[in-house]
Design a protein around this ligand. Structure first.
Ligand code: NI
Length: 226
């Protein structure tokens, strides 16, 4: 589970929420697949609406421009972000995200390896509405600031607890990773993070850094599935 500090700036978040408020919203059950429908109780911005699509595309572009996120997820395909909101007493019970998703307006499918939630309003604007992810170390509760994102394996059970006051607004997306194996992906992320830290410190021999970089890219070459 990785937190991305600022995928959108505070002013971008404001623009997003302002424009989202003018988009048509639908019952979230319409897009829930399989068993998830019975526990899903939220609203979703109409993904067929031009304004919703424009915002989704803007966020999609930002994903590719966020190096830490790219390093963590190693995305091969990304589902266009979906915007949802939870009003008072709305929640999404424990569920797993569908393993295979059809990309909208396309015949292409995507295997969900990595899920991402981007929080679009501040945690003090609502009570409840925590993203809870079941991990081998127990339940992890996540409630981040506006513009921050959390990335977690799509294979994990997760839920959004009921909002008891205010409104929770977020964007979610799913990525097919070039490296489907979660532990290998995590190791590659740790290696890349160390290399980036060494580069930033400017104390390491350039040739040694090049060799490390070479190792990293050769591992990607060896294990990526495209
Ligand atoms: Ni989900």
């Amino acid at each position: 589970m990785i937190v991305i500090d600022q995928i959108l700036s505070k002013s971008e978040v404001e623009t997003f929420t302002h424009r989202l408020a003018q988009c048509p919203w639908q019952d979230g059950k319409q897009t829930a697949m399989g068993m998830a429908g019975s526990v899903k109780n939220n609203q979703q911005a109409d993904a067929s609406h031009a304004d919703t699509q424009a915002l989704a595309n803007q966020l999609l572009g930002r994903i590719g421009e966020t190096p830490r996120l790219v390093s963590a997820a190693l995305p091969h395909k990304i589902f266009p972000p979906v915007f949802n909101q939870y009003g008072v007493s709305e929640e999404y019970g424990y569920h797993v995200d569908a393993a295979i998703m059809r990309l909208p307006r396309s015949n292409e499918v995507l295997r969900s390896d990595v899920s991402m939630t981007v929080f679009l309003n501040e945690p003090d604007e609502y009570q409840g509405g925590e993203l809870v992810i079941a991990t081998e170390f127990g339940e992890q509760k996540v409630k981040l600031g506006a513009g921050q994102a959390v990335v977690y394996p799509s294979s994990s059970l997760h839920k959004v607890t009921a909002v008891t006051e205010g409104k929770r607004i977020a964007a979610i997306t799913w990525m097919q990773s070039m490296v489907p194996d979660v532990s290998l992906r995590q190791t590659l992320f740790q290696l890349d993070t160390s290399i980036q830290n060494l580069i930033a410190k400017q104390q390491t021999d350039r040739e040694e850094l090049d060799r490390l970089h070479n190792v990293y890219h050769n591992l990607i070459r060896q294990f990526s599935q495209l």
